[in-house]
Design a protein around this ligand. Structure first.
Ligand code: MTE
Length: 324
């Protein structure tokens, strides 16, 4: 039986989203005399832990060229805000600043296994994988089901490049992506009521879609732990909970995988999770969102603004849970 504890994003947005906290952070900035200009300067500051943490051996690969094809209608979110407002339940069970908690995440050595319905299972050390993959930077919208949003420059590679390397068999219909499991490194995983490890899934068509990206970095450097280093998913037309962090296994399977949130609360979270302003979460509206750099709200776009790229993936798909 599931034990229901009130969690951050199970509350109405007014309560779940720490609007007051957010305002607090802004007033601290203002109090320091930083305000808008200070915030802009902070956008280029490395995340707090980067100065003290171990050097990331992949740092020499950055920055990489931005792919100009993917544009957004809003400026980049200040890096300081993007790196201090993170959902990573392995560390804290609500979106907040988890920089210090997530510093427990050891990102080397790190292996990624390719398993399931493939010609030959593979295991890569993350740096060997990075050396093989076509790295590029992409600026994507990132919209959490809790209704906050960011504009983030991810560095990484299309998941399709890895699928091509993995050579799945024709029986593979879905891709399952799994986060590490290590209670010492992630205290949140001691909380038995969550279905660890965090697991997500995509259809093969979604996984090989040009927008589907495995991110290794942000803002022109390796991703800090709180963003899901050293490898996380970015599927910008879906709610942020699909963007599984700190991936250790990518498995090709015949059956639709059961995902973390779907397992925990199937009445509220589904497999598809395509952004749709017209379909409310059972407890709050999805019509608008709050960009992290502002205190106002803007309309949410169908497929988070990526309809021209992805709408055809769902032609004829009548699953009523397409937008949960
Ligand atoms: N991946 C893992 N392993 N654990 C998590 O708790 N949270 C998800 C997703 N990936 C989560 C995760 C949710 S709810 C969101 S909104 C995004 O990560 C947040 O990504 P960000 O912190 O980089 O903005």
């Amino acid at each position: 039986m599931l034990i229901k504890n009130p969690r951050g994003w199970e509350l109405p947005e007014s309560a779940a989203t720490p609007e007051a906290l957010f305002r607090d952070r802004r007033s601290v900035l203002a109090g320091l005399g930083l305000g808008a200009i200070g915030a802009a300067a902070a956008a280029f500051a490395p995340p707090a832990h980067a100065a003290t943490g171990p050097a990331d051996p992949s740092a020499k690969l950055y920055p990489v060229k931005r792919n100009a094809k993917y544009v957004t209608d809003r400026p980049l979110t200040a890096e300081k805000n993007a790196a201090s407002w993170n959902n990573f339940y392995e560390y804290q069970q609500a979106a907040t600043d988890i920089t210090d908690d997530a510093a427990k995440l050891k990102i080397r050595p790190w292996e990624v296994k390719i398993t399931g319905l493939v010609d030959k299972p593979l295991t890569f050390a993350i740096d060997d994988l990075l050396a093989k993959m076509p790295l590029e930077e992409r600026v994507y919208r990132h919209r959490c089901v809790e209704t906050w949003s960011m504009i983030v420059p991810w560095t990484g590679f299309p998941l399709k490049a890895l699928v091509d390397l993995a050579k799945p068999t024709s029986a593979a219909k879905y891709v399952k992506l799994v986060t590490f499991l290590n209670k010492d490194m992630a205290p949140g995983q001691r909380q038995f009521w969550w279905p660890w490890p965090y697991t997500e899934g995509l259809t093969i068509e979604e996984a090989t879609h040009e927008l589907t990206f495995l991110a290794t970095g942000v803002y022109g450097h390796p991703a800090p732990p709180q963003h899901g280093a050293p490898l996380r998913l970015a599927v910008p037309w879906k709610y942020g909970f699909k963007a599984v962090k700190s991936i250790v296994e990518i498995s090709f399977v015949a059956e639709r995988p059961r995902t973390f949130w779907e397992t925990y609360q199937p009445k509220e979270y589904g497999f598809w999770a395509n952004v749709n302003p017209g379909v409310a979460h059972p407890r709050w509206s999805q019509a608008t969102e709050r960009p992290l750099d502002t205190s106002g709200r803007v309309p949410t776009l169908m497929y988070n603004g990526y309809g021209e790229f992805v709408a055809s993936l769902y032609t004829g798909n009548t699953d009523p849970r397409l937008f949960m």
